[in-house]
Structures are given as C-alpha cells and as structure tokens.
Design a protein around this ligand. Sequence first.
Ligand code: GLC
Length: 743
Amino acid sequence: MMKFFSLPSLFFLLAIQATVAQDVKINKRVDSLMKLMTLEEKVGQLNQYSGSVVTGPVNDAKTNMLNDIKQGKVGSMLNVRGVKDTREIQAVALQSRLKIPLLFSLDVIHGYKTIFPVPLAEAASWDLDAIKSAAHIAAKEAAASGIHWTFAPMVDVGRDPRWGRVMEGAGEDTYLGSKIATARVKGFQGEQLGGLDAIMACAKHFAAYGAAIAGRDYNAVDLSNQQLWETYLPPFKAAADAGVATFMNSFNTINGIPATGNSYLQRNILKGKWNFGGFVVSDWGSIAEMVPWGFAENQKDAALKAITAGSDMDMESLAYKNNLVKLVNEGAVPIALVDDALKRILYQKFLLGLFDDPYKFSNLAREKKVMADVKHPQIAREVAEKSIVLLKNNGQLLPLTRDTKNIVVIGPLAHSRKDMEGGWIVASDTTKVTSLYEGLVAKAGKNVKFTYVEGCGINGMSTAGFASAVAAAKSADLVIMALGESAEMTGEAKSRTDIHLPGVQEDLFVAVKATGKPVVSVLMAGRPMIFNKVADQSDAIVYAWLLGEQAGHAIANVLYGDYNPSGKLPSTFPRSVGQIPLSYQTYNTGRPVTDPKDIRYKSGYIDELNSPRYAFGYGLSYTTFNYTNLKSSATTITLTPESTVQLSFTLTNTGKYAGAEVVQLYIRDLVSSVVRPVKELKDFQKVMLKAGESTTITFTIDKDKLSYFNQDLHWVAEPGAFSLMIGSASDDIRLSATLNLTQ
Ligand code: GLC
C-alpha cells in the first residue's frame, strides 16, 4: 500500500535533497579550481591578514599587504569593514591570477552598528529568541557592510570572574551555554548561509580558554579530560550541531599542548568524532606563539605542528605564508594536509556565493538602508530590558513613581555613554548611546527633577567629589547610584586580581547612604563584581551589566516599571575573591558544611562563608511566583532511550504585576562511579504570566538528562536514585522529587 508522507516531512526531505545537490555542485567547483592552483596559491588561501585596526600584537613583519593580496598570497582579511573599503581590497584580490575572492571577517560580538548588551548580559535574559534575534540583526548589518564572517559566538564556559573575557560568553553553566551557543549560531547564520542577511559564525575559543589558571588571560589550562568533556566541550558541540561554519582555536595550552597545535582537540574530536566540515582559524598569532610557549623550536616548526594538528587558517602570524611551501617541498608536510585545509576554506567561499559575485555583500545602497532600520534599536532596547537582573528591592521601593519629584543620579557611570557599549564594538556611533541619566530624564523628566553628580572617577582614588554628591543627596527625595567598571576594564587582556567595585566608588556609596536617603544602586560591569557594602546597605539593586546603546532607556523602563525585570544571573557572584573559582556546581565533599557556624573539621573557611553573595540563576521580579502541585508521570524509569518521565507543576503569578519567571530544572545523581556536583542545570523555561494567572509547566526527563562522562569518557546513565529539583534559582529550590533509574 502506498505510504503517504506528511507535508512537513516532504518539505524536510526536499530540503535535504537540495542541500546534498548543492554540496555536490560546490565540491565539484572546488575540485576544479584546486586543480589549477600552484602550491604557493594554495598556501596563500590559508593566510589571513588584519587591516589597519588591530585586535592583537602588531606584526611588523607584514611589509606589503596589498602586493601580497594581488599575488594571491592572502585568503582572508579581518578588521576591514564597510562597503567602500571591502570593495577596494576585494578588487585588489581579483587582480590575482585565479581571481579568488577574499573572505572579510570581523569581531561582531554584540552588534555591528546597533550595539546590543554585552553577551554575558544577554545570557542573563535566558531568552533564547531574544538572543537569536540580536545575533540576526548584527548579521544583517555586518553583511550589508561587506562582512562575510564574524568571530562569534564565544562559547567558552567562564567560572572565574577575574578573567576579563567572561563578558564575551554565556556565563558559568554548560547547559545554558550550549543553548545560547545554538541560538547565536542560528542568529548569525540563519537557516542557510549564502543569503544577504547571514554571515559565517565562528565558535571560539576552542577549547577551555575560560579555565585559564588564576583567571589570567592567555595562561595555561590544566584540567582532567573528564572536566574537558563534561564542562567545556558541550557548547562547542552544540555550535557544531547547529552548523557553525568555522571554529577558532584558543591561546591556551590544554594539559601542556597548545590548542593550535593540539591534534586531539582539532583532529580527533572536532574533525573526527564530531565530523566537522568547516574550517579552523587560529587565534591572532597563536601559531607562532607556540615558540614562546616552548612547544615549537621556531616559526617553521610551529607551522608544521599547526597544520598537522588541524589549524586550517593562520591569523596574522605569517607562519604559514613564510614556511608551508618549503615544508611541503621538503616532504615534511603532505600536500594532502594543505589540500584538506584549502578545500574547507574554498567550500565556504563558494557557499557564500563569492565566486559568482565577489561584491555581493558590498552594496552601498543596501548598506545605507539596513543601517537606518529603526527596528534595530527598538529590539536592542527590548533585549537590554530582558538582561537586567533585580537583586534587591526592600519594601518594594521599585518600581519608582512620578510622586518622587526630586532624584539625584550619582556615580561615575551615571552619565557615561561610551562605557555602556562595553568591549568589542566595531561600528557603533557612541553619540547614539543613551546614558542612564539621559534615559531617566527622557522617561520622567517632565514630572521629576533629576540632578547628576559624578561623585568620583571609575578607577581614581580622589574623594574630592564626595561633598557635592552628599550635599545633592541631602536635598533629594531619592538617590540612584550608578557604579561599576568602565568598558576598558572588560574583555580581552583585562583580567583583574580584585573584582571589587573599582577605585573609591564603594566609599562614595557609603558616604551618600549615610544621608539616610533611599538609595537605588545600579551596578554596571562586564563581569560579576564584589560590592558587599552596596549589597548590604542599598534599598534596591539592579545589575545592569553593560547594556549597549539603549542602556539608559532600558534601565529607566525597568526602574519605572514599564518593564518588569526578568533576568537571572548566568554566573555566580562571590563574596570574596578568595572563594574563586566558585560555581553552583559544587561538590558535597566528604565533610559538607551543614551549619555555617560550625566548620570544625568541615570543608569551609574560617574567614568566609561557602555560599555566594548571589547564586547562579538568581533574579527577582516586581511580582512573585508560586510553585505548586508537583506531579511525576513515574518514579522509576528504565535505561531504554524512549523511557521518559514528565515532571509537571503549577506556576502562579501571585503578585500584582505581569511578569516573566525563568523556572529551572536541576538534577543530582546521588550515587555514581564518578562523584557528581550537588546539582546541574538540565532544563529551563522562561514563562510570562499576568497577575493572578497560573499555568502548568512540564519538563521531560530522559536518559540523556541523567547521563554524564564517566571515567572512560563514555556518556552514560548509571542505575540508581536521582534528585530532581525545580527552582527559581540554584539556591532557591521550590519543588523536588526522587527518580529511580533501573537497568
Ligand atoms: C583576538 C581574540 C579573538 C578575536 C581575534 C580577532 O586576539 O582572542 O577573540 O576574534 O583576536 O580580533
């Protein structure tokens, strides 16, 4: 009897068929081109140069860049942007013998012209659709400006807030980080590369860069293979599964082997086990940096080790340009390795359509039109609002009303525009940024008198401004303090040994608070900071990260209740630097502290609590939510893949404001052949409810959610008991159940 396909599966089959046909066609074109290429031209495609704006140590060995491009010795450029400049340089590449077009790449990390919140802030929204839409807008604007490829998303799990690059990632959690990696790749690349609103994404920095010893950038990483597989690799695997076109390797070593020379990482795992078909670009100069690492004797040895380990393109170290031809001619490097790297790179150029139209992404009229799209700033504001985390709200001081007529806005970040943009801004217009003070005046300035007083510098030690700040506070009804880090203090090569509020900002807060006026503290930074006096003494606190060009409007909308804050912390906030590294995925140990007052012969500190200042997943709302009526479809499941449990409960908005809650599912394997953390995030849902509204939430638990990498690095679920926990934060479990897994 004829089997009728459902319409969706028919479309799915047709889509698969089209992709396979395209793949065959492109591979044919790649093979034909490669047959024409000399060894020099092949090596040229593996070489990437930076334009005049540098994002790493300047390589003065680069003498005549345009001449090299004309001779086909360059395959890609980074840090060249805009239709005018990309057209000019592409025209030079098309003078080469085979007219192979360049790939133009750029660090479009949280927006191109429209600047969104820094990635860690976006992660605090736990809103995958919002995160995806931010990446899509960034792609549209970059693609309209001649850019083919962004060096994003950065998917490094970051559990050490001393490391400045935690700003660029999705926080400390592997599961949340994996979901966000998928959302960002899909946002940048769309469903299919080649369209005018899609650019190649790049999963970076492969791998475990976030585990740099002592949180010091570019430092070594020492960790077990089990930790590598369990904590740091999954977001990369998620990016690969989402179809990311490229990977970028990392500056660090992993157990003594530099990532860029690490065959286990790039060949066994990425191109082998994961069957990755895209290409790997080294991070800036990382190939040649294997010499100072003491892993390569000289640049030539570094080139040999890198190409052997699967680094396909050399960013800015010139190691490939200067040595690969010799290495192949000497027989030290099989031409097959060069051909494999070349094939991966050319495939992407054909896929983007650059051989059919090298200027496809460089159209002045489109560039102008896309940059003027008014929807982009609107969406940037929405994403910023969703990223804000309400940490404290004593006596429901927030949301503010217009009855509060006289407000002073104090602090070095209160009226700053450039710091709101954070790091890695590529084409922004700082004059378009709204400071907190400007956002407040725009929101309520007609009815409320706002006064701005800086009070002190971000980093300076001068207290000369305190008196005027205190005087202004005394004559106000309420104080809003904007405190935190500058944009210069976050991102690459910005590690800090002390993550307290910089300078004398906390002293300024204490002086102002001593006036007795109600104080709303707005904390701004690209990392978790320590601010215990502010945390203890403020009446209300919002963590506003570095929210991009719409910062002022978004914070004002939250403070005045036009947006009910829904953010949750994607990272643990320690009480002191001495607790670092500190994650909610802690181990029980053999001597757990049950009573913080009794740590004798227990795993605690004599001078600090074990608990964080603010926990992973924590964030308040102007309303409240009740979790009731937990039901489990079974208390026992078997090891078969189709055996699942439905865990459902009722969520009710019990307050007077509509609001969104991020409900979180944590699981603990109570007894296992390798000890497990006391909890691991395994699912979440962000749910919007009207005041008084209830809904049923269901989580499906399958074998995969109960699995982990055992001592042999096999992904296994072991029979036994599991604790299932549903909470509003990792330290605020509302409902729990036990599940038994049997053979
Ligand atoms: C930098 C960064 C990397 C960036 C690259 C190009 O050193 O480590 O994240 O994409 O160089 O700017």
